[in-house]
Design a protein around this ligand. Sequence first.
Ligand code: SAM
Length: 223
Amino acid sequence: MTQTQWTAVDNYITDLLIPSDSALDATIQSTIDANLPKINVAPNQGKLLHILAQIQGARRILELGTLAGYSTIWLARALPPGGKLITLEANPKHAEVARQNIDRAGLTKIVEIRIGAALDTLPQLANERQAPFDFVFIDADKVNIPDYFKWALKLTRRGSVIIVDNVIRKGAVIDADSSDENIQGVRKFNRLLAVETRVKATTIQTVGSKGYDGLTIALVIAD
Ligand code: SAM
């Protein structure tokens, strides 16, 4: 299989199952207009997150890595009335573009964007002693995934779901000697995951318009 085929099949799936949506389309366009990196999840991945959050019955969602708010919108739309999503973003420019997209999507009252490095905003969040999150999507920088996962465990409860994106990295995850700090971040996370008794987890390889990568899904099974 080639990238051309993966993209063509993703387009086929998207055309069939994911109707054009003005807020999501405008979010993608804003990414181009503002010259942001094109590293948002694909439409079928966004819908997967949406469906997983709904299966979980999530009322409170935490996202790490907002970019222009594309996955944020998919996830926020999974919430029932009264639901809340907090998304953490280090780059103020990304956060401002996301704010406009979230406003356009009519999600201003549901979504809160917190600007700052997640390793600074996560402890603040913990200090506020809010109710646990039901669903966490980790999609910020990859080197800090091990710490983000530890924070996700602190901020969730039994029954919560934690998704970690980009954990295969074109297969480079199996290179123990990689000098890429992102790969080593993912490998350290995998070692943590392997011995973490508070979750039941698996990792799935994916191909598609985003290339060859994968995601981890973890179900919190103990407080
Ligand atoms: N989840 C988004 C989506 O699918 O639409 C894509 C997020 S993008 C892969 C990663 C984002 O994480 C970028 O906007 C980047 O600025 C942000 N980021 C990078 N390092 C961060 C950090 N230390 N704390 C919070 N956000 C960070």
